[in-house]
Design a protein around this ligand. Structure first.
Ligand code: SF4
Length: 908
């Protein structure tokens, strides 16, 4: 039976568990009850009492004054929101707040957009009757940080910033110190923002109802009618951003609270790292290399040059002498067009994207085991899980908003395992940290499978009904020697056993993995063993369970969905299947090739051997970010034509024959598909910087000039074409995607899918595989002379080659790549913190600053490749996943010594 409570004597239905405030807002609107300490993404707190209401348990009965934000509504309650008593109380509270608040509204940053000001007006305050306190005059302003600012004289002690830091980001940087009028917000150990451990996510600034904590963009006080909702370009979480603009300039970015992907949160990249878009370094004119020099030309001249060269090369050497590298940073529509251009216009399957160097093993491994390579669940499932397994993913740095959500769950008692060679932040909160030697994931996962089988805690019914290949896998697993594997991984077998039992006996266990799984010679096998673990424990097809790759770049999922890979076209159709090809032929109106094309590493080999003559790279700095830099430079330098579409003069762009200035994601429209298969609209925020064009339009211009008719670029139009060929995009329509997008597969009627493999696996039965551990060639071949293993990673502040983030305030927070080194190794090599270290591998050497830390074990080093001044990939190798050709960035044999002087990398 429906339950009822009353607001001002009018009956309304209540929802179990809702607060009085939520009940009132849902039924009669947000304005009825003012609040100050309440915020949409924070737990009810009840400190300011402005939201007080009178409540009686019967009509006309005695009322009690209650803070509505944290009091549950009860059936039969009579709630009075504006009785005389309540109005007086609210007014009194606000008057007291104002006695210790400067009354300088007219010069205040948030004047006209201040919650305190609004509430004061709402409760009818004209004068403050109490004497003004003076403590608010004592607090110094803090402008130490490139983004965060504070003026704590404006603080009203609502704790919203403290709670945002705790409950949303989980950083615990802010706290409240002192008593009475002396109460004040403290950062870290009473430090400035810059000196504290603040991660600059801006959650506190967005939460603060006044200007006590703000940012240099004055984000929350921006008054403009021009607000555009779009999607962040910096990682696969796909955070929604609300971008404020005026006169074609971006003023600030806030996180919409109702966005399902990020629930009102972002990291510093999404919220603050946008100033690259109008940086003076932006490329603004096409260029063509003449006599060794890049010269500015018109778009027509650049197109004419490209088309002449493409035609000549195709005629003289055949279509397979041309290749394209599409971009997992650009929208689906542009990826679709690029693969269509390469296949239907050039006539080759030589198309790949940077998913090759990150999650290609995930796609392949999950296709083999489940039938599709995408995340099985939604991030929202974190709220329904009992156990979190994180393998090779430093989520708080690389996928910060999801990382923060995982951290919150672990802090609130959900058990978890972190499998990682580094003591990453989440390892501090997880129940188990299995700190294995880099490159031994397969050995460790086999140990977990062994203990689950020998303890007989596998989900027998799930295996019997939904899977195949189990007995064969089990037989092989039972032959393994746990002592041997324990020695290989460097992890105590009893600890692995305990962790495996905890994972297997959880009601619903959710797995996340990143590049620490895929960027190995056994990357695909590792993904398949992760799938084994999920299937053996029945953790598939239900809420709060599953296998969830954390996608590195923002549209890795989408680029692969759109066919930017050499073996599968748009919608993952096998290009070698004659029936499928017939479908593509009809759809594109030309015959497409039926042999598998080159993967990125094969393109470089073919360029060196002279078989590949032309390469078009969109939005990827392969020189700085692909392994073995000198080999990449050699390959690109050997091409007859290298076309690079870019925002900036990257290391790769420096080698271009034709350089095309592209528009950034803020200047165009399309869709990105995030790591949970959510197709979201990227909406144009500002006009393209003069001289630039969206990649989609550039590709279409070239298609048309080469004789293939394609209408001018519009996200709507291309998306319609995609939904006609990609089955799981069938019901995707630009106008129906709404604010939160849709998770594929989207049926014809527009229904989307939060959870995969519910009744059965996409491939029918889930398939178990067994793979024995195999030592990386890098260790086998070079381990004797190069005794350290360096494993690469990513830092919170920067993204990939850093071309965008290095042109924002982020570079003031993290200024360079550093080498993590264990104190024992530092002592042994006589290296001190901050010394330059020469790191040498069989491919080359780099000089890099040492950071001594226990985050890595002895013998293990770690670093990033965000800065061209270091060019760390000079030392990484050609070793790659045996199945998917994803480079092995995570196991690089190296030796180190204190540097004799900073080595200058060979420039592109
Ligand atoms: Fe952007 Fe990822 Fe940060 Fe979200 S978590 S704001 S998507 S970089």
């Amino acid at each position: 039976m429906k339950k009822t409570a009353y607001i001002d004597d009018i009956p309304y239905q209540l929802v179990d568990g809702e607060t009085i405030l939520a009940f009132v807002r849902r039924n009669i609107g947000n304005e009825q009850v003012p609040t100050l300490c309440d915020a949409p993404n924070l737990d009810p707190f009840g400190s300011c009492r402005v939201c007080s209401v009178d409540v009686a348990i019967e009509k006309g009965g005695k009322t009690k004054t209650m803070a509505s934000c944290h009091s549950p509504v009860v059936e039969g309650n009579y709630i009075y929101t504006d009785s005389e008593n309540i109005l007086k109380l609210r007014k009194n509270i606000i008057e007291l707040v104002l006695t210790d608040h400067p009354l300088d509204c007219l010069t205040c940053e948030v004047n006209g957009n201040c919650e305190l000001q609004t509430v004061a007006a709402q409760v009818g305050i004209r004068d403050v009757r109490y004497p003004e306190g003076d403590n608010h005059l004592h607090y110094e302003k803090d402008f130490s940080h490139p983004y965060m600012t504070s003026d704590l004289s404006k603080c009203i002690n609502c704790y919203r910033c403290v709670r945002a830091c705790d409950e949303v980001q989980g950083e615990f940087v802010l706290s409240m110190a002192g008593r009475g009028f002396d109460t004040k917000i403290v950062k870290g150990n009473n430090q400035s923002f810059m000196d504290s451990d603040c991660v600059s996510c801006g959650a506190c600034s967005q939460a603060c109802p006044t200007s006590a904590i703000s940012d240099v963009f004055q984000s929350k006080s921006v008054v403009t009618p021009e607000k555009t909702r779009t999607v962040c370009t910096y990682c696969g979480v796909g955070c929604n951003l609300e971008v404020s603009t005026k006169n074609n300039k971006i003023l600030s970015i806030q996180a919409p609270y109702e966005a399902e992907a990020n629930l009102g949160h972002t990291c510093l990249k999404g919220r603050y790292a946008f100033k690259f878009y109008d940086h003076p370094d932006r490329l603004k004119s096409p260029m063509v290399r003449r006599n060794g020099i890049l010269e500015e030309v018109s778009w027509d001249e650049a197109y004419d040059y490209m088309v002449d060269q493409f035609n000549a090369i195709k005629n003289n050497h055949g279509p397979d002498s041309i290749a394209g590298i599409s971009s997992a940073r650009t929208p689906n529509e542009e990826n679709y067009l690029m693969q269509k251009f390469i296949r239907a216009v050039i006539g080759t399957n030589n198309i790949d994207c940077c998913a090759r160097v990150c999650h290609s093993p995930t796609a392949l491994g999950m296709q083999r085991t489940f039938g599709t390579g995408a995340a099985t669940n939604s991030i929202e499932d974190l709220d329904h899980t009992d156990f979190i397994l994180i393998i090779g993913a430093n989520a708080t740095d690389a996928h910060p908003v999801t990382g923060a959500r995982i951290k919150q769950r672990l802090m609130k008692g959900v058990k978890g395992i972190v499998i990682d060679p580094r003591r990453i932040e989440l390892a501090k909160y997880a129940t188990y940290h299995l700190q294995l030697r880099p490159g031994t994931n397969v050995a460790l996962l086999n140990m977990m499978l062994y203990y689950i089988i020998t303890e007989e805690i596998e989900d027998k019914q799930f295996i019997k009904e939904k899977c195949e290949g189990y007995e064969e896998m089990k037989e092989e697993i039972l032959r393994l020697d746990m002592d041997e594997l324990s020695a290989i991984t460097g992890v105590d077998k009893e600890l692995v056993k305990e962790a495996a039992i905890a994972y297997a006996t959880a009601k619903a266990a959710m797995e996340f993995h990143g590049l620490g799984v895929t960027e190995h010679t056994q990357g695909t096998f590792t993904v398949q063993l992760i799938a084994d673990l999920a299937m053996i424990t029945g953790n598939i097809g239900k809420k709060g369970a599953g296998v969830n790759p954390l996608r590195g770049q923002n549209n890795v999922q989408g680029a692969a969905d759109m066919g930017a890979q050499p073996h599968q076209g748009a919608g993952y159709y096998d290009v070698t299947n004659a029936e499928v090809n017939q479908k593509y032929n009809q759809f594109y109106g030309v015959d497409v090739p039926s042999h598998i094309g080159l993967k990125i590493p094969e393109m470089f080999d073919a360029a060196i051997s002279g078989d590949l003559k032309a390469l078009w790279i969109i939005g990827e700095d392969v020189v700085q970010t692909d392994p073995n830099t000198q080999k990449v430079i050699k390959a690109l330098s050997n091409l007859d034509m290298l076309i690079v579409s870019e925002l900036f003069m990257t290391e790769t762009a420096k080698l271009a024959t034709v350089l095309l200035p592209a528009s950034s994601f803020l200047e165009k429209e399309g869709t990105f598909t995030n790591g949970e298969r959510r197709i979201q609209r990227v909406q144009q925020v500002v006009e393209p910087i003069e001289g630039t064009k969206p990649d989609g339009q550039i590709i279409i211009d070239v298609m048309n000039r080469m004789g293939y008719q394609q209408d001018d670029y519009s996200a709507d139009g291309v998306l319609q074409e995609i939904s006609d060929i990609v089955p799981f995009f069938k019901g995707v329509k630009w106008n129906e995607l709404g604010e939160n997008g849709k998770q594929w597969p989207v049926l014809e009627d527009g229904t989307d899918t939060q959870l995969l493999h519910v009744k059965e696996f996409k491939r029918g039965k889930g398939k178990f595989f067994f793979y024995p551990f195999q030592e990386s060639n890098e260790v086998d071949k070079y381990g004797k002379d190069y005794p350290y293993i360096i494993t690469t990673n990513r830092e919170l502040e920067h993204y990939n080659c850093g071309a965008m983030t290095r042109r924002t305030g982020n570079v003031e927070i993290l200024t360079e790549d550093v080498l993590l080194i264990h104190p024992d190794d530092a002592e042994k090599e006589m290296i001190q913190d901050g010394d330059f270290v020469c790191v040498e591998s069989p491919r080359g050497k780099v000089d890099i600053k040492a950071k001594i830390t226990n985050e890595v074990k002895p013998g293990i080093l770690s670093s990033t490749f965000h800065f061209p001044e270091i060019m760390l990939n000079n030392i990484t190798s050609d070793e790659h996943c045996s199945e998917a050709m994803c480079p092995e960035y995570k196991v690089v044999a190296a030796r180190i010594r204190k540097s004799k002087g900073k080595y200058k990398p060979i420039e592109a």
